[in-house]
Design a protein around this ligand. Structure first.
Ligand code: F6R
Length: 263
């Protein structure tokens, strides 16, 4: 796992956006559209804005990019401002100029959620798989909505949100009881299938989860620790999110002395 520690949230956004732009450019050079896995939540917002800036400055055309969201609440109308359909449209599709027909979000309203989740997996496969999956991390170590003790081999499926996640996300709703209890989420196995994984985290509230992800044991108690199994995972964090890393100095040393030929 590559660990990049920067000064602040703005630098996290710029560095992550440059990583994504690089994937879009190299897919374009290979004459194909990039397939991006996109996350909701507050962590990646700056990254999307910085990517929009790069696209404007370089006239990087993102209209052919395919996008697959990580998760969705069960039972929220798509028009609800906090449904992930609406959030992805507002924070990703519009600012980046993606074609809405190429942007996919799991269906949290399907009569048969299990079947809808299976179709979502098929849609990712049919798109050729995800080139880069952008992730945030929950304070409890979740990625997507894979809460602690989720199977590290899980696929897209319905889940019950952890009480703490509902409390954490209540800030987006008028009250806690409006936060859905269930969700559909890509599984950890689905996330690990992406050719690259890129996780961003900012602030001290993420420091404990970040340390568990990078340095803790591989454990379903910290679902993000599954990224230790990914052959091309990058974590970009600010100083506050890096505060509890034991080997912080080493990661900074590595960035200054990249092994020859490394990515
Ligand atoms: C969002 C998602 C979640 C968030 C995580 C962090 O699609 O899947 O895993 O990335 O809850 O949320 P924020 O960024 O709001 O702290």
């Amino acid at each position: 796992m590559r660990v990049i520690i920067v000064e602040n949230a703005a630098q996290v956004a710029n560095a992550a956006a440059e990583h994504i732009a690089q994937v879009v450019r190299s897919c374009a050079a290979a004459d194909r559209a990039a397939v991006l896995g996109v996350a909701t939540g507050s962590s990646p917002i700056g990254t999307y804005n910085a990517l929009a800036e790069i696209a404007r400055a370089e006239q990087l055309d993102l209209s052919e990019v395919r996008a697959f969201a990580l998760d969705e609440y069960v039972g929220l109308d798509r028009e609800h401002p906090e449904s992930y359909h609406a959030v992805i449209h507002r924070t990703v599709t519009e600012p980046l100029g993606l074609n809405p027909a190429h942007v996919h979000v799991p269906d949290g309203l399907a009569a048969d959620l299990y079947e809808a989740c299976q179709s979502y997996e098929t849609a990712i496969t049919n798109a050729g798989g995800v080139d880069l999956q952008l992730l945030g991390i929950g304070a409890n170590g979740h990625i997507g909505f894979n809460e602690p003790t989720s199977s590290l081999a899980s696929r897209t499926r319905p889940k019950t949100l952890a009480p703490q996640t509902r409390v954490d996300n209540a800030r987006f709703f008028d009250s806690l009881d409006q936060v859905p209890v269930h969700c559909v989420t890509q599984g950890i196995g689905t996330i690990l299938d992406a050719r690259k994984a890129l996780l961003v985290a900012q602030g001290e509230s993420k420091a404990e989860a970040v340390a568990a992800m990078i340095e803790g044991p591989l454990s379903s108690m910290c679902p993000a620790s599954a990224l230790q199994l990914h052959p091309d995972a990058t974590v970009i964090i600010d100083r506050e999110a890096a505060a509890m890393l034991t080997l912080r100095d080493y990661y900074e040393h590595i960035e200054l002395h990249q092994p020859h030929g490394s990515k």
